[in-house]
Design a protein around this ligand. Structure first.
Ligand code: ADP
Ligand code: MG
Length: 220
């Protein structure tokens, strides 16, 4: 399955999620290819930290921010992998559009903040434009950097605003803003490998990964 983690806004957690989802699937024994389609190369730097520290399983990671190269390489190499995860930059780029043309599923992270909600409208438009040229792109939204309090009004309001955008299916699991996510992702560690282990962070990520892949694999 080809999963794109995308949003036209930066700082929403695309790279964090792409790295964590990729590591989670690799640790579960899947053959995972992480494709860094952001010129800034944050995902590949993080995976390089993992390689330098010789942590197993290693993760295959390539960088293609040129849309033509991204398209041709994913087509060329795609059948070698169980899971392909493409991390894109935080703008409406050719690489984002190319990734959306290739993808089975796009996962769009957002934080419960007004600027992020505006960006969701923008991203919905991009997805609708791509969907006019192809069929069957599944568009999932996930709240990231959520407020820790279960009763948070900001979380509830943001979830409601995203539910009202028809383009997206809002996933039930969400990731709270936790040090474990930022610390682990920056050094190429799965959140489950980050010491001291934050069991709530680990559980949130597990639930998210299940929600993304179970629904897809059920339908294939
Ligand atoms: N759930 C989270 N908890 C804590 N920090 C997070 C979380 N998600 C992302 N971050 C932090 O927010 C910043 C932006 O995340 P990043 O994944 O780089 O976003 P993007 O790739 O969309 O630009 C980074 O410093 C990252 O560590
Ligand atoms: Mg990024």
């Amino acid at each position: 399955m080809i999963l794109v983690v995308g949003n036209t806004k930066g700082g929403v957690g695309k790279t964090t999620l792409a790295v964590q989802i990729g590591l989670s699937r690799a640790r579960a024994g899947r053959r995972v290819w992480l494709v860094d389609a952001d010129v800034q190369g944050t995902a590949s730097s993080s995976i390089q930290c993992r390689a330098d520290a010789e942590i197993e399983p290693a993760l295959a990671c390539s960088s293609y921010s040129d849309p033509r190269q991204l398209r041709s390489q994913v087509k060329q190499q795609g059948s070698n992998w169980d899971d392909i995860i493409i991390d894109v930059g935080g703008r409406d780029t050719g690489a984002l559009r190319a990734a959306l043309m290739l993808a089975d599923v796009v996962l769009v992270p957002f934080a419960p903040m007004s600027f992020d909600l505006w960006a969701m409208e923008d991203m919905a438009k991009v997805i609708e434009e791509v969907n006019a040229e192809r069929d069957g792109l599944v568009s999932l939204a996930v709240m990231n950097q959520a407020e820790p309090r279960a009763a948070s009004v900001d979380n509830a309001d943001a979830a409601q605003a995203v539910r009202e955008i028809e383009t997206f299916t809002l996933l039930e699991p969400r990731l709270v803003k936790r040090k474990a996510f930022s610390a682990s992702s920056g050094s190429g560690l799965a959140v489950a490998e980050q010491k001291p282990v934050d069991p709530r962070a680990v559980a949130e990520l597990d639930r998210l990964v299940k929600a993304i892949y179970e629904q897809q694999e059920g339908s294939h």
